[in-house]
Design a protein around this ligand. Sequence first.
Ligand code: TPP
Ligand code: MG
Length: 332
Amino acid sequence: MEMRPSSPPPAAVRRRMYELMTLMKAADDRMTKGITTGEFIAVYFPHRGQEATAAALGAALRPTDQLVTTYRGVHDHIGKGVPLVDLFAEILGKDIAPGRGKAGTMHIASPQAGVMLSTGIVGAGIPVAVGLALAAQLEKADRVVAVTFGDGATNTGAFHEAANMAAVWNLPLVLVCQNNLYGEKTPIGMTMKTKQIADRARAYEFPGVRVNGNDPDEAYATLSEAIERARAGEGPTLVECMTFRFRGHSIGDDMVYIPKEQLADAEAKDPIPTYRARLLSSGVCTEEELSSIEATALNTVEEAVKTVVDAPLPSPESLMAHVYANPDKAPV
Ligand SMILES: Cc1ncc(C[n+]2csc(CCOP(=O)(O)OP(=O)(O)O)c2C)c(N)n1
Ligand SMILES: [Mg+2]
């Protein structure tokens, strides 16, 4: 894909991306705090630091487009418009969640918002996204599918098989790799010789592009172009978004495997204050507008937490409901 020199996205898009990023951060901060203090009992995979790509993707996709994400997917869900109550309720196992509290953090889905699947099996969402994109193509729907995954996922057979089929069938698919330089606790250099994950697309004869995934404007320009290509019937694109996670793989991970200087350097370039400063200096938002966006994000998160904390757990009788298509024949 030839990268066209791009001007910044429209002001409304840039403002929207900042709103999404602040909401993602506020949600991640609140889940992390709640689980760390023992207020919530849950498993959670923080995304703090990786907001820019998710905001750009959310802003670039249409509501009717579909998304597949992973266990580290709350930022992607928020970008696609999944309500916080649905996310928190699923994470905390409440009956009001879309999966009735049975999906847990790793398997949140919200078909109404177009998030068709999250999966805890590394790489496994990519072939599912290929199936969704094939359905869109067969139905001649004006729909694009995006799938997000980590750097480590690109070492799985699932990634390569899916990339091959997406290419062969010329599917309306955007493969979004969030390269945070670690697969769980292993630095990327110990698991692949490939210097740029974007280059892996070359093996399948479709475009692969690496972008600064901490820069919402840059990520938006490239992701929009990839989405446009997919919608125009020009096939898949791999977009490698360079980023970093500021918290552990999951809550409770002490991060001893991340050199202190590497973390400090990434935190000094935190995409949220960096983007805030850019929006201010380029006159897209005033200080008052930015502060109001931040206050709104915190309020939205607190209101959602209250609703979810007050909501009931699923009843013991509902344990087997919605688990098997035919519960009478389920193995006991
Ligand atoms: C098939 C499979 N192998 C191993 C694991 C254990 N595991 C969970 S997350 C993870 C790291 C994946 O790294 P990456 O794809 O870079 O995503 P990130 O967690 O960095 O977002 C591993 C190895 C798993 N869940 N599934
Ligand atoms: Mg990773």
